[in-house]
Design a protein around this ligand. Structure first.
Ligand code: BG6
Length: 499
């Protein structure tokens, strides 16, 4: 018998949760969190799991943290409490905190596969015979292979799903090797390659916006769209991640993963259904249609002072910034450039997708009317947790004559009653992995296509150009996008909720 195909679900408001639980009950889970003392675990995974447990979206869970650190369960519980207090995005009651605490155990890596087997068996005894296993590999790529081996040696492959963090390899050959290696132990249906950008409400809203409305899809192509920008500047620096970042850089950390995945949501054809196979198929077609990324279409940057940071080589060639022009050579998009940009220590932290429409003829307007002077009409998605969408257009300024200015229609989740229901990306994706729903996860094939298209750039990267921290990147970004211009910084601010 084949497993029933997972459905995408809408998450209800708190009042409707009880009803939903009956409809969609999940087996209890033992979650083994590798890298449990690391940065991602503290910032996102532990606070996210704590919220899932409190919200009752998640089934009964037991969490086994494991890492190189020699901690006791008590110490791990304290570390978790402080992570939830510092980084949790939802208020938690004392009672919920205490309940979450009880569900945590810690096993140091030095306890070996036997230690892990024993801890999982104890947790399963508490959860009952229905319990399933979810292994979350929040570890650097080099450690992922030894974790997979450990899981095999510990006999924890059966009845299990495994969530893997990016980057999945660092070029085509290593991605193929990694996928082959993991496939020796886990079946593809057990593997969940996480790209947390796809778990953002705003990213999923791109699909809703495009495919649930009749207004935009007919003009979503090269006849009406001039160019697209996916711009994700960050003000953050390295934090404690010099080791990871030095070996990775902005292209592998952000572009091959998050930016290109989001680009696929913008560019893909309508899938036959909002289910994993259909969506992956359409995303993979976008990746296969991408033109190879050439050095001439790329600006690599490094912020001033990067080489003096602890853990960074004095002659480091790692890019902390990247901007590039991507071509998608298919019937919908041929000739429409997609400009992607991201970097550390930039002027502002934003995550926008901006669709620029082709401009109208202007000759009928009197000289000095202002038509076209503030760029083309735009549709803009803000990928913040409280997502926003804006459509800008020219309108008449009130008063005599015909003076035009850029106006906008804006929507913000914050203005709705459901703002409190937004799930943080990791929360959503952990839940989906427990449900066995691959819809928002990436596939081996998709990742390999992206590395393949990246080969010319990886073989021959342009030299890194310096940019001062707090700016928008090296000057060459303007030549890259000419005759267009970067949308950021915005000329007009987003409107905030009134009253
Ligand atoms: C991570 C990258 O995957 O995404 C980080 O490794 C980056 O370098 C982060 O800062 C950005 O994610 P978000 O959700 O905070 O925008």
């Amino acid at each position: 018998m084949t497993e029933p195909r997972p459905q995408t679900i809408a998450y209800p408001s708190p009042g409707a949760r009880a009803a939903r639980q009956g409809l969609d009950s999940l087996a209890p889970h033992v979650i083994v969190l590798f890298g449990a003392t690391g940065d991602l675990a503290k910032r996102k995974l532990l606070p996210g799991l704590a919220y899932l447990q409190q919200s009752s979206f998640a089934p009964d869970v037991r969490i086994i943290g494991t890492a190189m650190d020699e901690l006791s369960t008590e110490q791990f519980r304290r570390l978790t409490q402080s992570a939830v207090a510092s980084f949790g995005t939802h208020a938690m009651s004392e009672e919920a905190r205490a309940q979450f605490d009880d569900r945590l155990t810690y096993v140091p890596q030095s306890a070996g596969p036997e230690g892990l087997t024993k801890a999982v068996a104890e947790a399963e005894a508490l959860l009952g015979p229905e319990a399933r296993r979810l292994h979350y590999l929040s570890v650097p790529p080099k450690a992922a292979q030894s974790v997979v081996t450990m899981l095999r040696d510990a006999g924890l492959v059966h009845n299990a799903r495994v969530v893997m963090e990016k980057p999945f390899g660092e070029d085509l050959a290593s991605a193929v090797r990694l996928n082959d290696f993991v496939h020796e132990t886990f079946d593809e249906s057990q593997i969940f390659r996480i790209d947390h950008f796809l778990g953002k409400e705003a990213a999923q809203n791109i699909l809703a916006f495009r495919f649930a409305n009749g207004l935009f899809e007919p003009i979503w192509n090269r006849n009406f769209i001039d160019h697209v920008q996916i711009d994700i500047p960050e003000t953050l620096g390295l934090d404690q991640r010099a080791n990871f970042y030095e070996a990775t850089g902005a292209y592998k950390d952000m572009v091959v993963t998050h930016l290109m995945q989001v680009m696929a949501f913008v560019a893909m054809e309508p899938p036959t259904a909002l289910e994993p196979r259909a969506i992956s198929e359409e995303k993979n077609k976008v990746f296969r249609s991408m033109l190879p990324i050439r050095s001439n279409d790329v600006v690599r940057g490094q912020y001033g002072g990067y080489r003096e940071e602890e853990g960074v080589a004095r002659d480091s060639d790692t890019e902390t910034f990247i901007a590039l022009k991507v071509g998608i050579d298919n019937w919908r998009w041929a000739g429409v450039p997609f400009y992607l940009r991201t970097g550390k220590k930039m002027a502002e932290g934003m995550r926008i997708i901006s669709i620029a429409f082709k401009e109208a003829p202007r000759t009928m307007f009197p000289a000095g009317s202002g038509v076209g002077q503030q760029g083309p009409d735009h549709l803009t998605f803000d990928l913040a947790d409280a997502s926003r969408v804006s459509l800008s257009f020219y309108g008449k300024r009130p008063g005599p004559g015909m003076r035009l200015e850029k106006l906008s229609m804006q929507f913000s989740t914050q203005e709705t009653d459901q703002a409190g229901d937004v799930l943080e990306a990791y929360e959503r994706l952990i839940l989906d992995a427990m449900r066995g729903d691959h819809t928002l996860f990436t596939t081996a094939e998709g990742i390999e296509s992206l590395w393949e298209r990246s080969t010319p750039l990886l073989d021959d990267p342009p030299p890194v150009k310096n940019y001062p921290p707090g700016t928008w990147g090296p000057n060459a970004i303007h030549q890259l996008i000419a005759p267009n211009a970067w949308r950021l910084p915005f000329e007009r601010a987003w409107r905030e909720k009134r009253g």
